[in-house]
Design a binder for this molecule. Sequence first.
Ligand code: AMP
Ligand code: FE
Ligand code: FE
Ligand code: ZN
Length: 287
Amino acid sequence: MLDLHTHTTASDGSFSLEELVKAAKKAGLKAIAITDHDNIRSAKRIRASTGIEVIPGVELTVYDYALGYRDIHVLGLFINPKDKTLNSKLARLEKEREAQKKATVARLVKLGYRITFAEVKKKAKGVVGRPHIAMVLKEKYPEEFHSVGEVFAKLLGRGKPAYLERRTGFGLGQAIALIHGAGGIAVLAHPFIYPYKPAKLAADFRRLGGDGMETHYDYATNQPEKRHSLAENGRLIAKGSSLAKSLGLLQSGGSDFHGANKGQVLGCFGAPDALLAPLKSARRKPL
Ligand code: AMP
Ligand code: FE
Ligand code: FE
Ligand code: ZN
């Protein structure tokens, strides 16, 4: 089994790179990809290890105001972590991410929650994300919030009172080009979680040069509020697979592993081994 979508403590995962690799070996996975949000701090530290392939990757947050897509995620697999352009663009994205989270904290204060950005920052070992804000709120307001999910449902989720968009956009085409420039392949992450028509989004992604789609995704675990049954999850995978085939997009998949932060066990969800070779052959030479 493959898990080509995992997070470490460099973003909002609870496992360090080393812990993740160890767990992946134990679970008998054939390959994993390290795909932290908007940063490659863990991907940079990947060392050749025996028994398991560890692919350097990233999950870019896209705000394409021209196309009207906000908060879309694009996975870059097989990227060269040393790529200069990638590093400088990610430095910009990290700054924008931090500014957005600071503004979110300010909004929460306005809404009457007494939290500070310093408290949020303390929860993160790498770049800050909404889950870190949610952890602080859950800790400080245990009567109101019993889980991180409840904080998202009430305040931080898309369209909720403390959901703030980024000021500057990072376009879909820009994300794809950045990944290609770093020798990687661009994969549209979890196509069925956005408030946009998946077929239109995937077609735009393909038109702009995207390579693949994350067809095998654990919607049930990642969207507990939707209460997807296993059968429904299977139907979404089948739907994604036929959409990918019709558009000529390669298929990829993973659990979107965040460890304890989402109560996941590595190796419980993944994609078939057979998907790896075509993804690898689509790699291009770095510019
Ligand atoms: P951010 O990168 O700051 O926008 O935060 C996005 C992250 O929050 C996602 O990658 C998930 O890990 C997490 N997340 C998004 N929606 C939810 C939710 N409803 N419940 C729990 N975690 C969520
Ligand atoms: Fe995340
Ligand atoms: Fe994502
Ligand atoms: Zn992810």
